[in-house]
Design a protein around this ligand. Structure first.
Ligand code: C5P
Length: 235
């Protein structure tokens, strides 16, 4: 079974991706393709990753009027990726439209999981208040957005692992949590703010963890990946 440790392929093109994945031999991985890579390579990259047996989280964070998001999701569902996302700040009607579009686009097949970004893991309480002009505590804003996502039929949220315990308590264990902002001990936090280690993410109850630079910038990416998976699974 493919691990729920998702590697963020934050690379500019497929040549670098192929070079990076060579080091993983025939391992089946859960890979996150974000804006940078998707905008440079498009659907053909996704097809080639699927052909190799990888699972894909297409992280395009849609945020537009409901009708546009619905139409975009119809197209995305035909790419047969495993997980997609939207910004919860687009509102309930937009999130509902996203799921509707995915269901139409997937036809009789299983639609991809759809999760909502509550607040980016790079957002601090100060940014929320001064730049995004939301006068709620970060925790309350996240809980409200996550509740709206659940009401709109989404499968879960993208959030910091630090928020998982109260989301699990309020929204149940079936509502999945995908948690970036993962850092191994003594590594660089970079631009993230709300970070935890893989072991802490396990204790906090994340369903999936997303790891980028800790693995992609590592001297030994496969070894680092395996150690992170072990730590996260508590082996
Ligand atoms: O390198 P690092 O582990 O910080 O990468 C985290 C990945 O997760 C990046 O691709 C980033 O875009 C993504 N992400 C995030 N916070 C969110 C949603 C997605 O860091 N709330």
């Amino acid at each position: 079974m493919v691990s729920k440790c998702i590697i963020a392929l934050d690379f500019p093109n497929q040549i670098i991706v192929n070079e990076f994945l060579k080091g993983f031999e025939s391992k089946k991985l859960y890979l996150k393709v974000g804006m940078e890579l998707y905008y440079s390579e498009g659907p053909s990259l996704l097809y080639s990753l699927k052909e190799k047996g990888h699972n894909i989280f297409l992280d395009l964070k849609l945020h537009d009027i409901p009708n546009t998001v619905k139409s975009a999701m119809k197209q995305i569902a035909s790419l047969e990726v495993d997980m997609v996302n939207v910004h919860a700040s687009g509102g309930k009607r937009m999130m509902y439209a996203a799921v509707e579009g995915l269901e139409i686009g997937a036809r009789s097949k299983q639609r991809p999981l759809c999760v909502a970004v509550t607040q980016l893991t790079s957002t601090s309480q100060e940014t929320l208040k001064n730049d995004i002009l939301i006068d709620y505590s970060l925790e309350d804003a996240i809980l409200k957005y996550a509740s709206f996502a659940k009401e709109s039929g989404l499968d879960g949220v993208v959030c910091s692992a630090l928020e998982v315990p109260f989301l699990n308590k309020q929204l149940g264990l079936d509502f999945i949590t995908v948690t970036p902002g993962i850092r191994t001990a003594n590594s660089d936090v970079n631009d993230q703010v709300r970070v935890v280690s893989p072991g802490e993410a396990k204790v906090l109850g994340s369903t999936y963890i997303v790891v980028g630079r800790n693995i992609t910038h590592a001297k030994y990416p496969l070894l680092t990946y395996e150690n992170i998976v072990k730590e996260w699974q508590g082996i």
